[in-house]
Design a protein around this ligand. Structure first.
Ligand code: PBG
Length: 354
């Protein structure tokens, strides 16, 4: 005789209290409840999927450099190249056709072009600012995001000025504000301060308001950790050779979670429109806590080292590259993120678009 619902075996009486929400604890006992019923076909799985992934979730980081009609592969990031500025218009058209709403620009600077005063950072003619204009010209609808930090221009490879061996805060913030205004003047939609100096969001917001850039948004790298996962990026932008020491006096300690919430609260209070957690996959707990606590537009950066790990394993045939790409990106959505900065953006969009 088949056992009826309610006729529970002893193990079914074990209360499941891992879920915070009462409603999740009310399923009938086996066999009235058979969760596998909803996993049986692709159609059923699609109907009950809680998170979705679309090309609109992506911000595509690209590396730009001087020169004409060329692209140099970044060896530690298989599939990623540094593009000359004259090519970014075509990249923007490609991204737009794929449904990607935003591109984030990172400039490559050779060691010889770096200076102690970092003046190139706020030059409207620098390659990053030229790339903003080129994208806006090619695809006006594309949202263009920038990076604000001195490291691409700094002879020391640090995100701020180094004085007597220390990365100084307030003098750096003044330079970052100049950098922000030059990017806004070049047409940037989203400023991305990645420097982790104190007080920079408020200083930038005040300057943007008084200089006529009220519409420019700030996506703050609020919870940015001092991470070894940035290694390949530093190769890509030419910072590995320049960088002396590490960034532990301004980027966050990987052991801290509550501090991330304090940084987010502070940046929102100073005028950030959106916030970011970085790196991504090793910090998904932070993404979830941020979304639950603040409910603001929350992004994660799937950084260069995360991308490099997956690409290396896929390249060796140890992982299915396409599947781990999509699974890793879906994880950000499930963790509460509204979007993700990812080097996979065009490839993932192509797969998602079928
Ligand atoms: C620079 C910056 C870094 C990244 C984004 N902006 C590197 C760093 O802080 O050293 C890392 C991105 C990546 O690893 O993909 N301020």
């Amino acid at each position: 005789m088949p056992r009826l619902a309610g006729d529970a075996a002893p193990w079914q009486a074990v209360k499941c209290d891992v879920f915070p929400r009462e409603s999740l604890m009310t399923s009938a006992p086996f066999p009235a409840s058979r969760p596998r019923r909803l996993r049986r076909t692709p159609a059923l799985r699609a109907m009950v999927r809680e998170s979705t992934l679309t090309p609109a979730d992506f911000i595509w980081p690209i590396f730009v450099r001087e020169g004409t009609d060329d692209a140099t592969p970044v060896s530690s990031m298989p599939g990623v190249s540094r593009h000359t500025v004259d090519r970014v218009g075509a990249l923007a058209k490609e991204a737009h056709a794929l449904g990607i709403p935003a591109i984030c620009i990172f400039p490559y600077t050779a060691q010889e072009a770096r200076t102690a005063d970092c003046a190139m950072a706020w030059d409207e003619g620098n390659i990053a600012n030229r790339a903003i204009r080129a994208i806006k010209e090619a695809v006006p609808e594309m949202a263009v995001m920038t990076d604000i930090a001195l490291d691409p221009y700094n002879i020391d490879g640090q995100d701020g000025y180094v004085r007597d061996g220390e990365v100084v805060n307030d003098e750096t913030v003044e330079a970052l504000v100049r950098m922000a205004l030059a990017q806004a003047a070049s047409g940037a939609d989203i400023l991305g301060p990645s420097d982790m100096m104190d007080g920079r969001i408020g200083a930038m917001r005040t300057a943007l308001e008084s200089e006529g850039y009220q519409h420019v948004t700030i996506l703050s790298y609020s919870a940015k950790y001092a991470s070894a996962f940035y290694g390949p990026f530093r190769d890509a932008v030419g910072a590995s050779a320049a960088l002396k020491g590490d960034k532990t006096t301004y980027q966050m300690d990987p052991g801290n979670g509550d501090e991330a919430l304090r940084m987010i609260a502070r940046d929102l209070a100073e005028g950030a429109d959106m916030v970011m957690v970085k790196p991504g996959m090793p910090y998904l707990d932070i993404c979830r806590r941020v979304k639950d606590r603040f409910g603001v537009p929350t992004f994660a950066y799937q950084v260069s080292g995360e991308y490099a790990m997956l690409q290396a394993a896929a390249g060796n045939g140890w992982l299915n590259g396409e599947k781990v790409m999509l699974e890793s990106l879906m994880a950000f959505k499930r963790a509460g993120c509204d979007g993700v900065l990812t080097y996979y953006a065009p490839e993932a969009a192509r797969v998602l678009n079928g």
